[in-house]
Design a protein around this ligand. Structure first.
Ligand code: PLP
Ligand code: TYF
Length: 398
C-alpha cells in the first residue's frame, strides 16, 4: 500500500542541525534551529528546572495516567503566566485550557477545535510566518491566507500594510499573531499597535489566534504577553497557543498548552469539553513530565524567582549579542545599516542575504542559517561575532 508514497526531504530547519553536526570545520557557527545557547554553545537544563526535577523525583509515587487536561496545577500556571493572575477573563471563568505536546501540539489542537466550530475556516498568517504553521494548521483542513507583515526592504514591520489587509478580513475568520519575538523576523507589534489590531478585530469580528512561543525572550514576561492579555480583556474570543520549549528550556519534553478565551463561562466550559474530546481523538492526553516541572516552578516562590532570573539572563545575552553584531557589521560593512538587528527581539532576525549568499556562508565559512537568511542570534557568541561579520562582509562583496 505504500508504493504510492515518495520519500520526502527533511524538515529544512531541523535538517540544518544535521549538516552542522557533520561539518568538521572547527570555526563552524550554527545560527540555524531556534534553540537557546549559552556562552559555551550549550543548551543547558535551567537550574530552576533541575531543582524542580529533583523535587519531583523525590515526591513522585506513580506514573499512572494524569488528568486529560494535563498535570494538576499546570493549567493554573499557564493561565497566570499567559494572562497574569488578576486578569478579568480568569476571574470570569472565561478561559479554557489544556496541556499539549509542546506549542506545536497546541497549534494543532487549536486547528482541530476551529474545524469543529467552523469547518474549513480561514486563518490569516503573517508574511512571513514560521514555516511549520502551514502544515500544523493546513493539515487539519483550515484554509490559510496571508497578510503583509515584514517589509524586507526597510527591515521593519509593515504595520500599514498589515492593517490594510486585516481591514478586509471578514467576521469569523482567524488572524494568527505572534505574541512576541516574531519567528522568523524578530519585528513585534508595539502596545499601541496591539491596541489598534484589537480595535479592528472588534469592529470586523475576526478572532485572534496568538502563538506565544517566546514569552520572556523579548522585553519580559509581562510585556511579551501584552497582546494576549489586552485582547482577552477587550474581545469575546481569543486563542493562545503556548510553548514552554524556549522559556523553560523544555524542548524535548514537549510541554505547552492551549488557552481559549470564550465569551462567557458557559462557552469556556463547552470549549474545555471539546478540547478534551479533540485531544482524545489525537493522543488521548498530554505528556506529564514537562508540565509537572512548570507547575512545580510556578508553585514555589523560590523556584519561580530563580527561573525568572535565569530567563532574564538569557534575554540579556541575546540582546548583548544583537548589539555586538550590529557594532561589528558597522565596521566590516560600513555602507549598510544593520541597526535593525538590535531593534528586533527574540532569537531571530533576517540578515537580508540572498539564498546564494547564504550558501556561500555555509560552504566557505561553515556558518549555518536557513535559506531565507534567518539567523538564530542565540547561536552566536561574543568571540564569533567578528568572524561572522567578516564572512558576511565577504559574501556581500561578491
Ligand atoms: N511557534 C513558534 C513561532 C515557534 O517558533 C515554535 C518553536 O519552536 C513553536 C510554536 C512550538 O514549539 P514547540 O512545539 O517545540 O513547543
Ligand atoms: O523555528 C525554529 O527554528 C524553532 C524550532 O519543525 C523548530 O521554532 C524548528 C522546526 C521544527 C520544530 C521546531
Amino acid at each position: 500500500m505504500f508504493e504510492s508514497l515518495p520519500k520526502l526531504p527533511n524538515d529544512p530547519i531541523l535538517g540544518l542541525s544535521i549538516a552542522f553536526r557533520d561539518d568538521p570545520n572547527p570555526e563552524k557557527v550554527d545560527l540555524g534551529v531556534g534553540v537557546y545557547r549559552d556562552a559555551s554553545g550549550n543548551t543547558p537544563v535551567m537550574a530552576a528546572v533541575h531543582e524542580a526535577e529533583a523535587q519531583l523525583l523525590k515526591a513522585e509515587i506513580t506514573k499512572a495516567y494524569t488528568a486529560p487536561a494535563g498535570y494538576p496545577g499546570a493549567n493554573e500556571a499557564v493561565q497566570e503566566l499567559a494572562f497574569g493572575p488578576e486578569h478579568p477573563a480568569l476571574a470570569a471563568g472565561r478561559v479554557a485550557s489544556v496541556q499539549t505536546p509542546g506549542g506545536c501540539g497546541a497549534l494543532r489542537l487549536a486547528a482541530e477545535l476551529i474545524q469543529r466550530a467552523r469547518k474549513g475556516a480561514r486563518v490569516w498568517v503573517s508574511t512571513p510566518t514560521w514555516a511549520n504553521h502551514v502544515p500544523l494548521l493546513g493539515s487539519a483542513g483550515l484554509e490559510l491566507k496571508e497578510y503583509p507583515y515584514y517589509d524586507f526592504e526597510r527591515h521593519a514591520l509593515d504595520f500599514d500594510g498589515m492593517m490594510a489587509a486585516l481591514a478586509q478580513v471578514p467576521a469569523g475568520d482567524l488572524v494568527l499573531l505572534h505574541a512576541a519575538c516574531h519567528n522568523p523576523c524578530g519585528a513585534d507589534l508595539t502596545e499601541a499597535q496591539w491596541r489598534q489590531v484589537t480595535e479592528l478585530a472588534s469592529e470586523r469580528g475576526f478572532v485572534p489566534f496568538i502563538d506565544m512561543a517566546y514569552q520572556g525572550f523579548g522585553e519580559g514576561l509581562d510585556a511579551d504577553a501584552f497582546g494576549p492579555r489586552w485582547m482577552a480583556e477587550q474581545l469575546p474570543e481569543v486563542l493562545v497557543a503556548v510553548s514552554f520549549s524556549k522559556n523553560f528550556g523544555l524542548y524535548r519534553e514537549r510541554a505547552g498548552a492551549l488557552a481559549v478565551v470564550g465569551a462567557d463561562s458557559a462557552r469556556a466550559e463547552a470549549v474545555q469539553s471539546q478540547l478534551l474530546s479533540v485531544a482524545r481523538g489525537l493522543y488521548s492526553m498530554p505528556p506529564a513530565h514537562g508540565s509537572a516541572l512548570v507547575a512545580g516552578i510556578w508553585a514555589s516562590n523560590e523556584l519561580r524567582q530563580r527561573w525568572q532570573s535565569e530567563l532574564s539572563e538569557m534575554r540579556g545575552r541575546i540582546q548583548t549579542l544583537r548589539e555586538a553584531l550590529v557594532g561589528s557589521l558597522a565596521a566590516t560593512v560600513p555602507g549598510q545599516d544593520f541597526g535593525f538587528i538590535a531593534r528586533e527581539r527574540g532569537m531571530f532576525s533576517f540578515l537580508g542575504l540572498t539564498e546564494a549568499q547564504v550558501g556561500q556562508l555555509k560552504d566557505r565559512y561553515s556558518i549555518y542559517m536557513t535559506d531565507n537568511s534567518r539567523i538564530n542570534v542565540a547561536g552566536l557568541n561574543l568571540d564569533k561575532v567578528d568572524y561572522v561579520s567578516r564572512a558576511i562582509a565577504e559574501v556581500l562583496r561578491g
